[in-house]
Design a protein around this ligand. Structure first.
Ligand code: MF3
Ligand code: CO
Length: 250
C-alpha cells in the first residue's frame, strides 16, 4: 500500500519536484536538431548534481543512466546514446531526482524542430490526457477514474493507451505499491485519499498499444512501429484536490 504522507513530507517531495521541473524548463532551449541523446543525459545529470541532488535512476535495478531518452517509436526507458536527434523527432525525456531522500519524477515530450501534423496531434493529445487524468485525482474518486478519463480521450482521437507501464506511488521509493493504470473503468480501483503521492504518466501510441522490448532489456518500443508520446507529473492529493509537485513555469 502507498504511504499516506504528511504535509511536511509532501513539502520535501515538492522540493525534489521543483528540481525536476527546472531541468525540464532548461531542456526547452537545450534540445535542438544535431545534439545526441547522451548530451541531453549529461546536461540533466550535471544540473541535478548542481542542485545537490542525486539522479535516482542511475543504478536503479541496473539502469545505467540518469535519464531515459526515448525517440519516436520508443515508448520509454531508452538509453541515452550517440543518436543524433533530428528535425521532426518526437523525444521523451524522463528522470527521477532524489533530494535528501525524497523523490520527484516527471517525463516530458519534446518536439525536435518541426513535427509532422500527425506527431503534433499525438503529442498534444497525450499532454491533454495527462491533465484530464490529473483532474480526476482527488479525494472521493477512485484510481479507475483517472485511467478511464485518459483512455476515453486517447481513443476518441484514434490512438491507444500503453498497458504494460503505469503510473505509480512514489515517496522515498520510486515505486512504492500503488499502481495507476492509464486505462480502465470509472468507479473501480482503490479509493484516492488525502496524502497519497503518485505519478500519472500516460504513454499513448499512434497505432496499437502492443510493445516489444529491445535486446538491452530496457527499451520498450511500439510493436507496429508507430509513434509514441508521454507526459508525466508527480502529484500529491490534498483536501481540495491535488498539487502538481513537478509543475514547470510557463
Ligand atoms: N521514471 C520512470 C517512471 O516514471 C522510471 C524510471 S526507469 C528506471 O516510472 F530506469 F529508473 F528504472
Ligand atoms: Co518517470
Amino acid at each position: 500500500m502507498t504511504n499516506i504522507l504528511s504535509k511536511s513530507q509532501i513539502e520535501k517531495m515538492h522540493d525534489a519536484g521543483k528540481i525536476v521541473a527546472l531541468c525540464h524548463e532548461k531542456l526547452r532551449d537545450f534540445i535542438k536538431p544535431g545534439i545526441t541523446t547522451r548530451e541531453i543525459d549529461r546536461f540533466v545529470e550535471s544540473l541535478i548534481l548542481k542542485h545537490k541532488a542525486i539522479p535516482e535512476q542511475k543504478g536503479y535495478t541496473g539502469y545505467p543512466f540518469a535519464t531515459c531518452t526515448s525517440v519516436n517509436d520508443e515508448i520509454c526507458h531508452a538509453f541515452p546514446s550517440s543518436y543524433v536527434i533530428k528535425d521532426g523527432d518526437l523525444l521523451k525525456v524522463d528522470f527521477v531526482v532524489n533530494l535528501n531522500g525524497w523523490l520527484g519524477d516527471s517525463a516530458w515530450c519534446y518536439a525536435v524542430g518541426n513535427l509532422s501534423p500527425k506527431a503534433k496531434l499525438l503529442m498534444d493529445t497525450t499532454r491533454e490526457c495527462l491533465y484530464l487524468g490529473i483532474e480526476q485525482a482527488k479525494v472521493g474518486h477512485r484510481v479507475g477514474d483517472i485511467g478511464a478519463a485518459i483512455q476515453a480521450h486517447a481513443e476518441a482521437r484514434g490512438f491507444s493507451v500503453v498497458r504494460e507501464y503505469t503510473g505509480h506511488g512514489i515517496s522515498r521509493e520510486m515505486h512504492d505499491g500503488l499502481i495507476i493504470p492509464h486505462y480502465g473503468t470509472a468507479g473501480k480501483g482503490p479509493r484516492i485519499k488525502e496524502g497519497m503521492v503518485f505519478t500519472i504518466e500516460p504513454m499513448i501510441n499512434e497505432g496499437r498499444f502492443h510493445y516489444k522490448l529491445d535486446d538491452d532489456g530496457w527499451t520498450a518500443r511500439t510493436l507496429d512501429g508507430s509513434l509514441s508520446a508521454q507526459f508525466e507529473h508527480t502529484i500529491a492529493i490534498t483536501k481540495e484536490g491535488n498539487t502538481i509537485l513537478t509543475k514547470q513555469g510557463e
